[in-house]
Design a protein around this ligand. Structure first.
Ligand SMILES: C[S@@+](CC[C@H](N)C(=O)[O-])C[C@H]1O[C@@H](n2cnc3c(N)ncnc32)[C@H](O)[C@@H]1O
Length: 451
């Protein structure tokens, strides 16, 4: 029932699963008939059903005698939840069917419960591989459509990810499957404020592992709870994907001639990279200006930076009409708004909401923000242009266009700025990948202003 309520909210109100679920789980826990295992199961049902929706839609389509758009959305949600229990979990088939039919009886009525029963019995007649062999077009005939159905991504996203990744079938399949996995929770020990060893000692061997790449990262294993750590409660550590840590570390390590005193984060909200930059700036006696357009997100940045040992300032400002003087910074990060196609692991519904047209909406803003970043940095200073999307229209195309239009800047090789991290691409920019690095698919280009 709880999983159904969450799916309805995502469907009807365009809600985010990661926001609707916690209050529903809390309400159920407060009622007293719900324990941690029930919560874990409900979470898995909601996230799994949303992630695999493309695959389940194709299978359900094959089992009903009308187009899916003519099936009422609440009926479709019950069918998708049932399909996930049958094909994506170890719940025995009879239990999955009877629980779904009972749910349908309560929320949809007897007539529709019969329909649900009939469709789920058809689905239960085969396993996932059997169904995929029937409903996905053969790879040789239409590789993108095949991958879209088998790995449950919209076709345009399969195509865009494949363009960005290059290579053959194995890489893209690994990437699409990595998008369907629940990401690990990673902590950052903010430099100079806590250490990875301190976090690991507190967590103990069962709950924490060292990061793969960032010396400041700690990975939580099952049962690790970030809020239980003093360092997290005190802001000396936080939750941050390792890719996001690497981007901030790389910008801070980019070689620079001359002064290194004034740093800018021009798109700072909610403040993960700003907190890392502020901590690193403090160690070098530099000042960070963290700027963010949305006032409520600027307040989040201020909360994240509180207690930073060195000087910093947080302002709400539009990075395309900046209040700072041109040429006044030594290092600038522009982590621009984007489609977020590199973080599909975290937002199970995001892949179905995004549209190719969204790219056109972001394109002028991304270019304007990078242009202003280059204007904000002094000659000889460095700019990091970052996205949480590997889509080439948001990464290389933006950097190439701005360099061509504006001149006065050169790309520097960002790969040595992530020492020890393999498979960063051919440079000079870097692209991280969930299946290769266990991080979000963050992109970073580092530019030096030359004139
Ligand atoms: C990808 S997020 C930044 C994430 C952040 N760097 C972090 O690591 O926590 C992009 C941010 O840019 C902000 N933004 C959007 N348009 C902006 C603009 N014109 N000027 C400054 N910030 C803007 C968004 O509100 C959002 O908070």
């Amino acid at each position: 029932m709880l999983a159904f309520e969450a799916l309805r909210a995502v469907d009807e109100r365009d809600a985010y699963a990661n926001l609707v679920l916690p209050p529903l789980l809390k309400k159920a826990r407060d009622k007293g008939d719900f324990d941690g295992r029930d919560a874990a199961l409900a979470t898995e049902l909601v996230y799994g059903t949303l992630r695999r929706q493309g695959t389940y839609d194709a299978i359900i389509s094959a089992c009903v005698d009308r187009p899916l758009r003519e099936v009422d959305p609440p009926v479709l949600d019950v069918l998708s939840l049932g399909a996930h229990q049958l094909l994506g979990t170890r719940i025995p088939s009879h239990a999955a069917v009877s629980a779904s039919v009972e749910l349908a009886r309560v929320v949809l009525g007897d007539g529709r419960a019969k329909f649900v029963n009939a469709v789920l019995r058809k689905i239960a007649a085969d396993d996932l591989d059997g169904w995929l062999a029937k409903v996905a077009p053969p790879y040789d005939q239409d590789p993108e459509d095949h991958l879209a159905v088998v790995h449950s991504h919209p076709r345009w996203i399969v195509s865009a990810l494949w363009d960005a990744l290059g290579g053959g079938r194995a890489g893209i399949e690994d990437l699409l499957e990595a998008d369907n996995e629940r990401p690990e929770v990673t902590l950052v020990a903010r430099p100079g404020r806590s250490t990875a060893d301190e976090l690991l000692d507190t967590l103990g061997e069962e709950s924490g592992l060292p990061g793969r790449w960032s010396p400041h990262a700690v990975r939580l294993t099952e049962g690790g709870e970030p809020g239980a750590l003093d360092a997290v409660r005190e802001g000396r550590a936080g939750v941050q994907d390792e890719g996001s840590q690497l981007v901030a570390l790389a910008l801070a390590q980019a070689p620079l001639d001359g002064p290194d005193k004034r740093w800018l984060d021009g798109c700072a909200g909610p403040g993960g990279k700003a907190a890392m930059l502020a901590a690193l700036a403090a160690q070098r006696g530099a000042l960070l200006l963290a700027s963010e357009k949305q006032p409520h997100r600027a307040r989040l940045v201020a909360g994240t930076l509180e207690g930073n040992p060195g000087p910093y300032q947080v302002i709400a400002a539009d990075g395309t009409r900046p209040p700072w003087r041109p040429g006044s910074f030594d290092r600038v990060l522009m982590d621009v708004p984007c489609t977020g196609l590199g973080a599909l692991r975290r937002r199970p519904e995001a892949r179905w909401r995004r549209r190719p047209e969204d790219l056109d909406g972001f394109a002028p803003l991304q270019r304007a923000l990078l242009e202003e970043a280059l204007a904000a940095v002094r000659v000889g200073g460095v700019v990091g242009y970052a996205t949480c999307s590997p889509h080439l229209a948001e990464t290389r195309a933006v950097v190439d266009d701005v360099l061509t239009k504006q001149g006065g800047a050169e790309l520097i090789d960002a790969r040595p700025l992530m020492p020890g991290v393999p498979a960063l691409g051919e440079g000079p920019d870097v692209q991280l990948w969930p299946h290769l690095h266990g991080t979000d698919a963050m992109y970073l280009a580092v530019l030096r202003r030359t004139a």
